[in-house]
Design a protein around this ligand. Structure first.
Ligand code: SAM
Length: 257
């Protein structure tokens, strides 16, 4: 099913959690001269307009990025500032554009996006990037291990169907079996049904770092928070999460688990 469109959710509190942590991790992974591989299973269109009807309809960006003034000296702030400079003040970078801004010539960017319109928009936003229009799990498992072997994979499904939690956990296990050096950053929503608990239980045998935040103010219904599971956490991961929490306050409140 491909009805999900990230334009409704871009720049919302969940995006801030995922994007600020991602930027902090990439900054640490690229601190040494050696190149890395960065890949995404569910890339989205990379460039969003927060003045578009989709973003205005949900008001998620108004509850998220509109309440923050990211410091351009931080990795996320740098990506946001570069996006606004190039595309205007209401532009917002999705994860592929954040990565493209922070990666260096010696790093490799590989993106999977199945939806035809999102794929076309992604190709337009990131000309020259390695973009695959195929199922993200199937595609990345076919390509893994990527070279350079040191790297990070973002797994960011829409969780429209119950089975996506089990699919994400199964993918992470299979990918690490083929590419043991990869770190995997897996996003999940905190919903009243708490289906993420089964996902974390399935991942528990692997080396796992879990970071969960609550949205403030607490939404009256739907998603109340955001979670990130980091497998094979690279050096500096704890500092990356701490830096993200500091930058996202007061929109996101770290949860104790
Ligand atoms: C949550 S959005 C991605 C947002 C993006 N990672 C970001 O943070 O900017 C999920 C995306 O996955 C795409 N998608 C859905 N099923 C897919 C599949 N099986 N393989 C690859 N992409 C898929 C959707 O079209 C959507 O663009």
């Amino acid at each position: 099913m491909l009805s999900y469109q990230h334009a409704y959710h871009a720049g919302g509190p969940a995006d801030l959690h995922k994007h600020i942590v991602l930027a902090e991790l990439l900054a640490r992974l690229t601190a040494k001269p050696r190149g890395i591989s960065y890949a995404e299973t569910h890339a989205g269109r990379a460039l969003y307009d927060l003045a578009a009807p989709e973003a205005l309809k949900t008001g998620e960006a108004a509850q998220g990025i509109a309440r923050l003034a990211p410091d351009p000296a931080t990795p996320f702030g740098r990506a946001l500032a570069a996006t606004r400079t190039q595309h205007g003040p209401t532009a917002y970078p999705g994860s592929p554009l954040i990565a493209r801004t922070l990666l260096r010539p010696q790093d490799r960017l590989t993106l999977m996006e199945l939806h035809p319109a999102e794929h076309a928009a992604l190709a337009k936003a990131l000309p020259g990037a390695a973009i695959h229009r195929r199922d993200g799990y199937e595609g990345l498992l076919a390509l893994a291990p990527l070279a350079p072997r040191r790297g990070l994979v973002l797994v960011d499904p829409s969780y429209e169907m119950k089975g996506e939690y089990a699919a994400a956990a199964g993918f992470a296990r299979r990918l690490l079996a083929k590419w043991p050096e990869a770190a995997i950053l897996l996003w999940y929503p905190l919903l009243p049904e708490a289906r993420h608990r089964a996902l974390l239980a399935a991942l528990a045998p692997l080396a796992l770092f879990v970071d969960e935040v609550a949205f403030a103010p607490r939404p009256s219904r739907g998603m109340t928070g955001s979670g990130l599971a980091l497998l094979n956490a690279p050096w500096g991961a704890a500092a990356a999460f701490a830096a993200a929490h500091a930058q996202a306050a007061p929109v996101l409140v770290p949860k104790t688990r």
